[in-house]
Design a protein around this ligand. Structure first.
Ligand code: ADP
Ligand code: ADP
Length: 230
């Protein structure tokens, strides 16, 4: 089966046709980069996959679930358990420590704090951030904060990670390190990932690139499965 699927998805905002018949298929464990000029529909595509936006027509499927026809509460539950999201600015709580930020999604799912803490620490160790665990987020570097945000997105062990310009706020070398770490981590955990980016260097880390233009797929230039360059 497929991990993610969009079938002939249309989304309109007023007079703007953001997605015009977009069809995309992503296999389990695949790491896909979504590229395209500003306004081509990349963020809208992610919102549909995250179940945060229901398309006007067409179908969105995550695993065996047709997300686009779920009632709101079921869509919210699916999102909390299956989908990890990562944005350009990690949207961490700056007054909380790194480990407190990472354990929050587990508390929201009703997991008891000591268990949540252990799981959060395991993810921070995996991302070699355990020595920063008790640091307030406001005291972390940009790269560290984005890795904390990655740990927070993955701590629920989602089947899918959706990332929107995850390295867009970082300088180039830091962005490349974070991207590499992100791709290594999702590959090691078998997580399917869809990463929106406008940087071709970032896209090179993916298994495949989906290039959008005017709300539809323009072409899918092969970038190979050979792993990470450099
Ligand atoms: P991208 O992420 O590729 O820059 P978006 O998906 O953000 O593209 O936007 C696609 C088009 O839809 C753009 O023309 C954008 O201005 C428009 N759009 C996106 N979201 C909204 C919204 N909430 N209201 C109105 N127009 C929107
Ligand atoms: P990106 O940098 O990914 O292209 P944008 O800055 O275009 O993102 O959009 C950021 C947010 O604003 C998204 O949630 C998008 O849906 C919304 N948005 C984009 N264009 C418009 C618009 N014309 N009117 C209202 N909201 C918009």
């Amino acid at each position: 089966g497929l991990a993610l699927r969009l079938d002939d998805v249309h989304v309109r905002f007023g007079d703007t046709q953001a997605l015009r018949g977009l069809s995309v298929e992503v296999g389990p464990g695949e790491v896909v980069a979504v590229t395209g000029p500003s306004g081509s529909g990349k963020s809208t595509l992610l919102l549909c996959l995250a179940g945060l936006l229901v398309p006007d027509t067409g179908r969105v499927t995550v695993g065996y679930t047709v997300v686009s026809s779920l009632p709101d509460d079921a869509r919210t539950r699916m999102r909390r358990s299956e989908i990890g999201v990562l944005f350009q600015f990690g949207e961490l709580v700056p007054e909380l420590t790194a480990v407190e930020n990472v354990l929050l999604p587990l508390l929201f799912s009703g997991i008891r704090r000591p268990v949540a803490h252990d799981r959060a620490m395991a993810w921070l160790r995996r991302l070699r951030l355990d020595d920063r665990a008790d640091e307030q987020v406001s005291g972390l570097s940009g790269g560290e904060a984005q890795r904390v945000a990655l740990a927070r997105a993955l701590v629920i062990e989602p089947t899918v990670l959706l990332a929107d310009e995850p390295t867009g706020a970082l300088d180039t070398p830091t962005g490349q390190l974070v991207m590499r770490e992100m791709v290594d981590t999702v590959r090691a955990s078998g997580t399917t990932a869809v990463i929106v980016t406008h940087e071709s260097r970032v896209a090179a880390y993916a298994d495949r690139e989906i290039h959008l233009r005017d709300g539809a797929v323009l072409g899918e230039p092969a970038v190979g499965r050979s792993g990470l360059p450099g």
